[in-house]
Design a protein around this ligand. Structure first.
Ligand SMILES: [Zn+2]
Length: 57
């Protein structure tokens, strides 16, 4: 996925998940950029599928 702030591309697994401090009910699903700490919304599964298809071709 790509950070919406600095444009840094990183694997979702490499992002910092579950901050637990932002006060959102339940677990926070935002993924923080490892570079600038910007909170990105998780990438929808549909987007991931499209990206995989694009990579294959
Ligand atoms: Zn960033």
């Amino acid at each position: 996925m790509k950070c919406g702030f600095c444009g840094y591309e990183f694997a979702e697994e490499d992002g910092i998940r579950g901050c637990g401090k932002c006060g959102m009910p339940g677990s926070c699903r935002m993924i923080r950029c490892p570079r600038c700490n910007y909170e990105n919304p998780p990438e929808p599964a549909v987007v991931k599928k499209i990206k995989k298809l694009l990579k294959k071709s």
